[in-house]
Write a protein that binds this ligand. Sequence first.
Ligand SMILES: C[S@@+](CC[C@H](N)C(=O)[O-])C[C@H]1O[C@@H](n2cnc3c(N)ncnc32)[C@H](O)[C@@H]1O
Length: 454
Amino acid sequence: MKTSSRYIAAETLCQVYKKQQPVKPILEKLCQQKQLNPRERSLAMNMVFGVLRKRQYLDILLRKLSTVRLKKLDPFVHQALTVGLYQLFFLDSIPESAIVNEAVNSCKTAKVHKRLHGFVNGILRNATRQKEALANGMKEQEQEIHTTPSGLFKRWQERFGLEKARYICEINGEEPPLTLRVNSTKTSIDDFEALLTREGITGTRGPAPESLIIEDYQGLIGDIPGYKDGLFQVQDSAAQLASLLLLPIKSGGHYLDACAGLGGKTSHIIQLGADKEIKVIAVEPDAKRKEKFITNIERLFTHHEVELHPTSLQEFKASNTQAFDGILVDAPCSGTGVIRRQPDIRWNRKEEDFLQKQIIQLEILSLAAEMLAPTGILVYATCSLEIEENEDLIKKFLLLFPDFYLTDCQNYLPEEVGEHIRPAKDGDGSFFAPLPSKRLDGFFAARLARRDKQ
Ligand SMILES: C[S@@+](CC[C@H](N)C(=O)[O-])C[C@H]1O[C@@H](n2cnc3c(N)ncnc32)[C@H](O)[C@@H]1O
């Protein structure tokens, strides 16, 4: 039997829960092994991410429909059912009969015992018949639906209060906005917006100066006009705003992106320094990310040369002799501010992870500080909401490096994001620390500088 996207989706979910590992590599490996075509692959991804976002909702539904307790269910059957229910309740375009048949077929592919095929068929047929009543019933259980496991909810409630913690959980269950950063070295935001409009795509201005939020776009990113010509980069406004903290850009300055990833922020630094003849160096140890980094920079810029070091910052520092005017440390982190983009994070994080992350983050930030010129600016950022990786980390850094201080973010950011700037509890300065919301990812950024020695 042909392997379908439903089988891949259910199998991916089983492995994510069992291994407690990130979803993307698991999904990617299964799609490659089973040679799924691009359309099936994209459907599988849509279903996996959708189920991870709506897991509570789907499990509550399933409890209403199943005579067997969820813990006792065969793991594959459990996931084949959540994938089926997700399509039934959240995707409009798939006929109900296909949803039921494909769920049963995926159980056959997984070699689930024959007697369970009828069980899967029965539950999904029942769900189809009672769909409206079930959906109405779910509206009354909103609080239960948005609960987040792993103690994360309790953490957020203690730090941000009950109302905000609930809002974070609600946002984490939604599709994230698609935000673009317009490449100002090639076009203006007005011209790019006009180009989108001509192609029937609606973009609205986001909170970052060069950001456009694309409404209701269901296609591939590569099909958005201007992609191949490098007119934009996909990047959330929170990430865009964090790079602005490197301002003012020094003419002829040397800039380091210490954890460059796919080059989202490196390319922004190039944009910010476009007329200032700056030199940009990027460091990224992950081989796959390095490849994507190169493709991205080549797509966005025809002339600018970035020096990419495919090493860790530790290795880079060992042979580096230059002092930088600006360093951005977008540190590896727990990612709890971007759960709607990586919904497996919600189920995979353990309490001890946050302090573990802090150790590597502090090491990277300290190395960066040692490479900063005396008048340079050091920006530390994460997409985490956790105090260990953010405020506490900065506190520890300032104890280790007493010649540094935390500056005020508000001087570098647009007024409209003022509500996301939090003053430091002890001492001067402030952080840019938005909680996840409709138009912004959850993020944290701190702008650090050296005290004047005179
Ligand atoms: C949050 S991501 C950076 C995203 C990137 N700034 C962007 O905007 O696309 C963190 C990156 O740090 C890298 N990293 C992990 N350990 C590192 C180390 N010791 N030195 C430098 N980079 C490291 C990871 O491979 C990952 O790509």
